[in-house]
Structure formats: structure tokens, C-alpha cells
Design a protein around this ligand. Structure first.
Ligand code: GLN
Length: 504
């Protein structure tokens, strides 16, 4: 892709310097080349076969409007603000007529019968779904190594993981194979790969983006998220996607969504007026790598130099967030994944002796080991003798996190902390140690539990000795405070363009 942000691409499309079809073709060519390379990135699993035709249609509209003069062009883009822009889609979001597998053998051969609301809204604004991206199976993981298609590698250094579970979408954007991408979050799956791949990743307030057409993992936590090179790109896409959807009862309007199309960075004096909190618990985390701490200090220095007030706050409940998250997420997953029974969706293994056998065989052969582990743990937690204990404890901790965060945001505008205690690790390093993998989510899950919003910002790199890998820092805001964190992130981007990765 020749362009790195939405505004530049729109300007070039309007001026006729580039066509939408050439953008799509460029990505398809890169995908084909990558597939046959010695160490494939494996970000995309498939390019949609109708993307070029959709792009040509967009080009026809743009050419006709250009012939009608500037006002016709402006009118066209006012109606379809993302016209002709290709985006990548995680493999758990439905795009009508295209395969959807959640990177699982159990959904082999499944074709989505309808569009997810987020897809329909992006297409209505003129954007073009480009292809399906890799992920951890059923979005369970933090490295995209738990995929039936093999891992997605990190574009900065292919020996490293891309992060997960939205590693495919993050790598696709980071490697300039897509302008922006849709991922999903249950406990950090957009922010974590964004930080590992050196790009921006936003988790919205629970409800802001419809979950209709998105395969459920932990329904009380799941949200669609956005990945891009700039906060402005994320804001532009969010402004056409956000809001109530009659197909999702948990959906909610985002106040001021329309104005996100024209995101303004905060001025220095506006930053001086911000009150910022840092949870003490995260600063004291034993596994916090020094390089990550150094990058975090730089972000604090940047904020302080502009006059923002920063306090370290004591939130002991955050120490229990990861335990609470895994109890709740796995319980909900065990329940949600019971629908994959060999009867209704995807793969079916020969029924043999009857339905019980069909069910057992299909699930045994269809699910990978990590998904099975989680179904077993989830059902164990939900079983009668434990439901009064473990699950309720998880829910009690969650309620406390929610109320403490709500209280905190009465006095503070933004909470900042690293996205992850460490940067991307080498492939294979944690894949056999589930607990270590789960600890990658130490700083992200409180956001999902509290149903608030947070963006991972590419803030720097580790030292050369540690591989010069990108480091992400989070700006988290209270419920529906997307504009606040996006504006601050845009100020960061203005002062540190392309901080995460060198744009070619
Ligand atoms: N890594 C976390 C998990 O495995 C989060 C995944 C996600 O957000 N989908 O559950």
C-alpha cells in the first residue's frame, strides 16, 4: 500500500493520483508474494474475491464525481467518507458470502450468511473489506500461535510473535498491507498486538460497536476494536461504525461520534488541564521489563513537560483483575462454544453410533488444545460445586473493579500504563506455558472488566540488545470517553510521527 493514513489516501483518490483498485491489487500482490516467501508473515488468510470489483465500483463513482467538479466530489465523500478504502477483517467477523473460521478446524467450510453490523456500516461508508486475517483460535490467546493456520509473525522481525489474538489484523496494518483493520477484544486482543506491531489499537467502551455477526467468546466482555497507523484513522472509522444497533441489545450510542471524523489533537494548554492517573500496582509489577518502564517514563515526561498533572494511585483490586478475567471469560466461553456441535455450523465428523458420538468426535477433532483447555476449565468453574465459589468471586472482583474505575474517573481524565509488561517475544517461547501466556494480559483486562475504553499507543522501542521491538503505552478513559483518549493519542502522534515503526 502506498499510503499510510486515511486522509492522505482520500486526497489521492479525489485527485486521481491513485485508484481504489490499485490499492486493493497492491495488497493482493503482496499477499501472494508473502505466501510463497521463505518465512511468510501469514497476516491474511485469504483475500476476498470480490474486493477488486467493489474497488472498481468505487473508482467509477469517484471518476464520475470528479468530472462533475469539486463540489460533486465533496458531496460524494460527505455521503461515503471512506469510499474506496480497503480494510482487513479478523476471521471471527462475518462478511456475507465469505468464509469465517475463527482460525479453527471446527468451522472449516463455514460461509457467513450475513454481514456483521460493523462490516455493513463500513461498507455503507464506502470502505472495502479486503480479506480475512489470522488470529488465535476463537480469539483465545495472546500471540496468534494458537491458530489452525500456523502463527502470524511480527512484521518488524519475523522471529517474533505478532501478539494476539488479533495478530493477523495488526500485522496486516503494520506491514502496510491494509490501511486499517477490525479486530476483537475480550481481554486485550486488539491493544496487545497493536503494541507488539508498533501501531495504534483501540478498544471501545462496551456497547459502542455492535457485536452482531461477531463470533462470541466472552459475551459480557467482547467488543470489536480498530487497528491503524494513526488515531485519526481509528476515529474516522469509528465515527461511521459506532452506535445503537437493533440486532445487539447491548449496543449504545457514542456521544459525539460524528465529530470524530475530524479529530483534533489536544493543544498544549488543553493537555495542561488533564488530570492523569497511574495505577501503582502496575508500576510495581515484578515482570515489568526495564525497557518498557523506560518508554513509559518518556511518555510521562512528555505529558509533564506540557503541564499535565500526574498522580500515582493505589488500586489494590487491580491485582486480582487477571484472575477475575480468566474465571469470567472462560466460563462464558465454555457456554458460548457449546453451539459448535457438528450439527449447526461448519465441520461434521461421521456420526458413527449417533448424536453423542457425532458431538464428541466433532469437538475432539475440531477444537485445538488451548480451546479445549478453556472449555474444560470454564465448565469446571461453572459446575455446581464451584459456581457458588469461584465464579461468584470472579464476579465480585469485577464489580469492585467497575465501581473503583468509575470512582477514579470522577477525579481523573485518563489512566496511563504500559499495554503489556514485555514487548513481543520470540515464536515458541510461551506457547507451551499457558500461565505465562495469560500473564501477557496483566495490564489490559481491567479495561474489559470495567467496560471502559483504552487505546494502545506506539510509544517507543526496546534497546538494540533486546531486539528494538515496539513498545505500546495505554491511554484509558472512562465509559464513552473515546474522544478524550483519541485526542491525546493524536497529540502524541503529532509530536512523534511513526514512533512505533519506520514507514517505508
Ligand atoms: N489473551 C486473552 C485471552 O486469551 C484475551 C483474548 C481476547 O481479548 N480475545 O483470553
Amino acid at each position: 500500500m502506498q499510503f499510510f493514513n486515511i486522509q492522505d489516501t482520500i486526497n489521492a483518490l479525489k485527485e486521481g493520483k491513485v485508484t481504489s483498485a490499485s490499492l486493493v491489487k497492491d495488497s493482493i500482490d503482496t499477499f501472494e508474494k508473502d505466501k510463497s516467501s521463505a518465512i511468510p508473515l501469514n497476516a491474511f488468510l485469504e483475500m476476498y474475491d470480490d474486493a477488486i470489483a467493489k474497488a472498481q465500483k468505487a473508482d467509477d463513482l469517484i471518476t464520475a464525481a470528479r468530472n462533475g467538479g469539486q463540489s460533486a466530489l465533496d458531496e460524494l465523500f460527505a455521503k461515503q467518507p471512506l469510499l474506496g478504502l480497503p480494510f482487513a477483517v479478523k476471521d471471527n467477523i462475518s462478511v456475507k458470502g465469505h468464509r469465517l473460521t475463527c482460525a479453527s478446524k471446527i468451522l472449516e467450510g463455514y460461509v457467513a450468511p450475513y454481514d456483521a453490523t460493523v462490516i455493513a456500516r463500513l461498507e455503507k461508508s464506502g470502505a472495502i473489506p479486503l480479506g480475512r486475517c489470522n488470529q488465535d483460535e476463537f480469539a483465545m490467546g495472546s500471540s496468534t500461535e494458537y491458530s489452525c493456520y500456523g502463527p502470524t509473525r511480527n512484521p518488524i522481525n519475523r522471529e517474533y510473535v505478532s501478539g494476539g489474538s488479533s495478530g493477523g489484523p495488526a500485522a496486516a496494518v503494520s506491514a502496510n498491507q491494509a490501511l486499517f483493520a477490525l479486530g476483537t477484544e475480550t481481554g486485550g486482543s486488539v491493544r496487545l498486538p497493536a503494541s507488539y506491531c508498533g501501531i495504534y489499537g483501540l478498544k471501545t467502551t462496551y456497547g459502542v460497536l455492535s457485536r452482531w455477526g461477531v463470533v462470541a467468546y466472552g459475551s459480557s466482555l467482547d467488543q470489536v476494536g480498530l487497528l491503524a497507523h494513526t488515531p485519526d484513522d481509528i476515529a474516522k472509522a469509528l465515527s461511521v461504525m459506532a452506535g445503537v444497533d437493533m440486532y445487539d441489545d447491548t449496543s449504545a450510542d457514542l456521544p459525539g461520534a460524528a465529530s470524530l471524523a475530524d479529530l483534533k489533537a489536544y493543544s498544549d494548554s488543553e493537555i495542561a488541564g488533564l488530570k492523569i492517573a497511574i495505577p501503582k500496582q502496575f508500576l510495581e509489577t515484578k515482570g515489568l521489563m526495564k525497557d518498557v518502564g523506560d518508554v513509559f517514563n518518556n511518555v510521562q515526561d512528555w505529558l509533564k513537560a506540557k503541564g499535565a498533572k500526574i498522580d500515582v494511585v493505589d488500586l489494590p483490586v487491580l491485582d486480582a483483575s487477571i484472575a477475575s478475567y480468566y474465571v469470567i471469560a472462560l466460563s462464558e466461553a465454555a457456554s458460548n462454544l457449546s453451539r459448535f456441535d457438528g450439527i449447526r455450523y461448519g465441520r461434521r465428523v461421521d456420526p458413527g453410533e449417533g448424536y453423542d458420538e457425532l458431538y464428541v468426535k466433532t469437538r475432539s477433532e475440531g477444537f485445538g488444545p488451548e480451546v479445549k483447555r478453556r472449555i474444560v476449565i470454564g465448565n469446571y468453574v461453572l459446575s455446581e460445586q464451584f459456581s457458588g465459589d469461584t465464579y461468584k468471586k470472579g464476579m465480585t472482583v469485577r464489580a469492585k473493579i467497575q465501581s473503583e474505575m468509575a470512582k477514579l474517573f470522577e477525579s481523573y481524565d485518563i489512566v496511563i500504563c504500559p499495554t503489556c509488561p514485555t514487548p513481543a517475544f520470540k515464536l515458541g517461547q510461551k506457547v507451551d506455558s499457558p500461565l505465562e501466556m495469560y500473564l501477557s494480559d496483566l495490564f489490559t483486562t481491567f479495561v474489559n472488566l470495567a467496560r471502559i475504553t483504552s487505546i494502545s499507543v506506539p510509544a517507543g522501542k526496546t534497546s538494540e540488545a533486546n531486539g528494538s521491538m515496539p513498545v505500546g503505552i495505554q491511554f484509558a478513559g472512562g465509559m464513552f470517553q473515546e474522544e478524550k483518549i483519541l485526542r491525546l493519542a493524536q497529540s502524541w502522534e503529532k509530536d512523534h510521527p511513526g514512533c512505533g515503526i519506520p514507514l517505508k
